[in-house]
Design a binder for this molecule. Structure first.
Ligand code: HEC
Length: 168
């Protein structure tokens, strides 16, 4: 019967120390979390660079989530660009000299020669629209758009007209 209280006492101590072990482990974990939190806050807050980075990330995110098409209501810009489009249309003579002359002056592969009414007469009968169509699509030895890949349909038409006019 003498042993029992002693046993109880040891047992109590054991339980107590176990309890304090658990709670001190818990405290360390809490402390580490708190320190990490404070440390991260301290890293982020006072530094201007990371604040700058944050705004950069923000604008990058905005860039990513912005709508695909943006409507432009700047009239002066669109008027200016349509004027420059009109201005950039080349004349038939310019295009002929740059792109068509190489074949149509010599008449290689049966190309109707520039200023030759004999060559052009049967074709003129087809009409400017049909001639323009076959010049755009290509015909026999005649490559599509006469190799002028950046020529608009209307520029091809102007050039065909220029070639037809050469026979008059
Ligand atoms: C690589 C040589 C070559 C070049 C470059 C070329 N042509 Fe031709 N073109 C031909 C030949 C060959 C024919 C005759 C095709 C046929 O009737 O079979 C022809 C025919 C045509 C015809 C008559 C089409 C028809 O329906 O009878 C037109 C119009 C014409 N070319 C316009 C042009 C214009 C405009 C250019 C320049 C933008 C051009 N060609 C550049 C070779 C060329």
């Amino acid at each position: 019967m003498y042993n029992i209280p002693e046993f109880n006492l040891i047992n109590k101590e054991d339980v107590m120390s176990q309890g304090s072990k658990v709670s001190s482990k818990f405290m360390i974990v809490i402390w580490v979390i708190a320190m990490l939190f404070i440390g991260l806050k301290a890293l982020n807050a006072p530094s201007n660079e990371s604040a700058h980075e944050d705004t950069m990330i923000d604008s990058a995110a905005l860039e990513r989530i912005k709508p695909i098409g943006e409507v432009r209501i700047d009239n002066s810009v669109s008027v200016a660009s349509s004027i420059s489009l009109e201005q950039s249309e080349r004349s038939g003579k310019e295009i002929y000299t740059a792109k068509c002359q190489s074949c149509h002056t010599s008449g290689v592969m049966g190309a109707p020669k520039y200023a030759s009414l004999e060559d052009w007469a049967p074709r003129i009968d087809l009409g400017i629209d049909n001639l323009t169509k076959s010049a755009i699509a290509g015909k026999g030895g005649m490559p599509a758009r006469g190799t002028c890949i950046d020529c608009s349909d209307n520029e091809i038409k102007l050039t065909v007209q220029y070639m037809i006019d050469s026979t008059k």
